[in-house]
Design a protein around this ligand. Structure first.
Ligand code: ADP
Ligand code: MN
Ligand code: MN
Ligand code: MN
Length: 359
């Protein structure tokens, strides 16, 4: 039998239920990172009250379904590490970012946060600040970027970067909705812009101190995927979504320590860049998959097999912003990380190279 024709939109119908009283309970959405670098989540009911990571229950999931555990020993534990207000279902409901742990009490193979948190704790007196620029591409059902003509290509790159107007940008509603969702959740998003390739966008998170950088960036990725799901778009963080004369997508990583931010800081910035130079390959190893397709030395990148740096240079591995060079202190930008890199691995590597390993 045919379903009766609804005379209200699905959104309006959903809203009837979203406003229902929850009778003293809240929905907690537990979020984790899987073996492929995607976020996963599942929800549970808790009594409605204020929670911190310490007062939230540890939970678990079937790791054999996410490539995180063998079928014979599939339980992986979810340890809460940060709590955020849920922008989708709103107060009192919460998002719970977690770390994955195995049953034997060791961090799961794909838990890159654990080591990162240790190194950040070890160097905390240096007050390390990070700011990450997440680039991404919005794809349709056909896995092609939105707005790209079927069987053809858009006009060459020029009018799209920070573009305004029909024909220059697409899907701005997703960007706006994501921005608002981040602000509601308390994610330290610092801005957004349309990117050089059509259907490509960027947002920045930071400055964040220490482990907070990875936590906020991962939550922002979860929010982006949830928002794009609502709008029927796919989010690609592939570093070279379209081969050819089109820009790739990165996760530029801006970094400073307290001494770099003070008078005379340039000396410390240059010393850190020297240390990074000696460990180029160690960094490339954790800066994302398929990054060789992006780091070609063209399209505003440095070549993958060379370490280069300079003031205001966008074709280098490391760029010192013009304003920083003029003032003589501030921060530098590591342009090498790919858009699909894990922020815990990036910030861990930068911290170790610039300031040393934990004892
Ligand atoms: P770009 O010119 O490379 O596009 P953006 O404006 O997109 O730069 O991003 C700059 C990033 O640098 C932001 O995420 C910002 O939070 C971060 N940032 C600014 N100052 C510092 C600092 N002192 N230390 C670390 N990161 C910083
Ligand atoms: Mn940027
Ligand atoms: Mn950019
Ligand atoms: Mn940048």
């Amino acid at each position: 039998m045919a379903r009766l024709q609804a005379n209200t939109s699905r959104t309006e119908t959903l809203m009837k239920y979203m406003n229902l009283d929850q009778k003293g309970t809240l929905m907690a959405e537990y979020i984790w990172i899987d073996s492929a670098g995607n976020t996963r989540s599942k929800s549970r009911t808790l009594a409605a009250k204020e929670y911190t990571p310490d007062t939230l229950p540890t939970w678990n999931f079937d790791g054999s379904s996410t490539g995180q555990a063998p079928a014979g020993n599939s339980d992986v534990y979810l340890k809460p590490i940060a709590v955020f207000p849920d922008p989708f279902t709103q107060s009192p409901n919460i998002l719970v970012l977690t770390e994955c742990w195995d049953a034997d009490g060791t961090p799961n193979k794909y838990n890159y946060r654990h080591e990162c948190a240790k190194i950040m704790e070890f160097h905390k007196e240096k007050k390390p600040w990070f700011g990450l620029e997440q680039e991404y591409t919005l794809l349709g059902d056909d896995d092609r970027p939105f707005g790209w003509p079927k069987g053809g290509f858009p006009a060459p790159q020029f009018q799209y970067y920070c573009g305004v107007g029909f024909g220059n940008v697409v899907q701005r509603d997703i960007v706006l909705a994501h921005y608002k969702a981040c602000l509601y959740a308390g994610v330290k998003i610092s801005g957004t812009n349309a990117e050089v390739m059509p259907a490509q966008w960027e947002y920045q998170v930071g400055p964040c101190e220490g482990i907070e950088m990875g936590d906020h960036l991962w939550l922002s990725r979860f929010l982006l995927n949830r928002v794009a799901e609502d709008f029927g778009a796919k989010v690609s963080v592939h570093p070279k979504p379209m081969p050819g004369d089109w820009n790739g997508a990165g996760l530029h990583s801006n970094f400073s320590t307290q001494e770099m931010r003070e008078e005379g800081g340039m000396e410390h910035i240059e010393a850190a860049i020297k240390k990074l130079e000696g460990r180029h390959l160690e960094h490339i190893a954790v800066y994302g998959e398929d990054n060789e397709k992006r780091l070609t030395g063209h399209h505003e990148t440095g070549a993958i097999d060379q370490f280069t740096w300079g003031v205001a240079t966008r074709g280098a591995s490391i760029r010192i912003p013009r304003e920083v060079a003029a003032k003589g202190y501030g921060y530098f930008e590591d342009r090498r990380p790919a858009s699909n890199a894990d922020p815990y691995r990036i910030t861990n590597a930068i911290m170790v190279s610039c300031c040393g390993d934990a004892e």
